[in-house]
Design a protein around this ligand. Structure first.
Ligand code: ZN
Length: 438
């Protein structure tokens, strides 16, 4: 793994194009050494994809491992205690960019396959799809998957690109939220006006925009936009009960954020608010004079960036339209509203009763000695819904990282204990998934 970590495979920067190729070649070599029947670097419009397979018996179930060999830029460099692409092992941790996200994590699957091949104990066919553009939004993966459906045919997708609560409290992610992101622009008078001469006589776009935004939540912090919750699939009581078993110290949470009170939708805990509930957030707002000192102006225009996190079964397209229509509809006379979409992605969910989740939970139990806590991630991974749609199969998230791994930050690390625990646990997933599929 260390040689993989030495190559700066930064997908966002064009000067690393050769490093991307080099990393893809290295991954291919490692897969072949681990016993893959074939492994190849496949071109896309952007950085190449690595595909590999080990087919033991076409009648057996096939597990497709998805991962990514690209990494985030390491900046700011001066905050790293050791150079980001010179991996160092210290106190049982590997420090390097990509150690946890995701080179170290997909490499657990390469090692797991090697063990299974060596001990002649493979129970499933294995395929690998390791891409090089995850950190830049996977712009070419949807097309690659659509063009290679037959090659990628499998019964389940396995992804290790996330964290668990801790080795003492193992958890499995069962979902990610979707996203609908829009920009709203409110225009009043045809030019910035003197606030003394005109103030009080003409609508102020900033005031109007602030009122429009404030109207999006009621006194219980529910979202008021008509139809917003229509398609939400409520989490079942037993799922809510299980997710609330995750250790959560509200006092520590508040202290870490420097706030003396938490905020959120009435009737839900903080864990629920950031996992199973849709939310609406203001990401930016601007207008009028923002320079030093004062300028008495009644601005012509005010703008905001607004995003909603979505849960199953909400559709990003539908919610985007709902938001755009809402802001246009509630605009009072005297201003005009221009609202448009920025980007979006669909939510994704692996139900706990699915075979895929059950096999993963049983594998965790086999090596950790306790059942994993199912948790829902608050973030969004748009590629998940695309993979499911194109291949028609479920995704299992088996992340062995920790929240403290400094993903995307200086001093990224991956704990060796977690790395080995992953290699130990993954074969059990294959075993149980094969058993449950027969
Ligand atoms: Zn990642």
């Amino acid at each position: 793994m260390l040689d993989l970590l030495k190559v700066p495979s930064i997908s966002a920067k064009s000067e690393h194009k050769e490093d991307m190729k080099k990393t893809a070649e290295l991954v291919t070599q490692r897969l072949l050494e681990a016993g893959a029947d074939k492994a190849e670097v496949m071109p896309t419009e952007g950085h190449p994809v690595v595909y590999a397979e080990k087919i033991i018996d076409p009648s057996k179930p096939t597990v497709l491992v998805y991962g990514h060999y690209d990494v985030q830029p390491p900046d700011p460099l001066d905050l790293w205690k050791s150079p980001p692409f010179e991996p160092v092992i210290k106190d049982g941790k590997v420090y390097a960019r990509g150690s946890a996200d995701d080179k170290g994590q997909f490499f657990m699957h390469v090692k797991a396959m090697e063990t299974l091949v060596k001990t002649n104990s493979m129970t499933t066919n294995m395929k690998f799809l390791i891409e090089g553009e995850e950190e830049v939004g996977s712009p070419n993966l949807a097309k690659f998957v659509a063009d290679n459906k037959k090659l990628l045919k499998a019964d389940v997708i396995l992804i290790s690109d996330s964290a668990m609560i801790s080795l003492e409290n193992p958890s499995l992610d069962i979902g990610v939220r979707g996203l609908a992101y829009i920009q709203v622009e409110v225009t009043g008078p045809n030019r910035d006006l003197h606030s003394g001469t005109y103030g009080g006589a003409v609508s102020n776009p900033i005031t109007i925009l602030a009122k429009m935004i404030a109207s999006c939540h009621d006194e219980n912090n529910h979202i008021t936009i008509p139809g917003f919750y229509d398609d939400v699939v409520e989490a079942k009581p037993d799922e809510r009960k299980m997710m609330n078993q995750a250790p959560f110290d509200e006092k520590e949470y508040k202290a870490d954020l420097g706030v003396n009170e938490l905020w959120g939708e009435k009737g839900f805990t903080t864990i629920e608010r950031t996992g199973i509930r849709p939310t609406l957030e203001l990401n930016g707002i601007w207008g009028g004079y923002q320079g030093e000192g004062s300028k008495t102006v009644l601005p012509s225009k005010a703008s905001a960036k607004i995003s909603a996190r979505l849960v199953p079964n909400q559709s990003s397209k539908k919610i985007t339209k709902l938001l755009l229509d809402y802001f246009k509809k509630i605009a009072p006379p005297g201003v005009s509203v221009n609202a448009f979409e920025l980007h979006g992605g669909e939510p994704y969910m692996t139900p706990i009763e699915s075979k895929a989740y059950q096999a993963a939970a049983k594998a965790i139990e086999a090596t950790f000695g306790k059942k994993p806590i199912p948790v829902r991630g608050g973030g969004s991974i748009p590629i998940c819904s695309i993979l499911e749609k194109e291949l028609g199969i479920k995704i299992v998230f088996m992340g062995f990282g920790l929240d403290s791994d400094n993903l995307h930050s200086p001093n990224e690390k991956f704990e060796l204990k977690n790395f080995y625990k992953g290699i130990e646990t993954i074969p059990y997933f294959h075993k149980y998934f094969a058993e449950m599929s027969s």
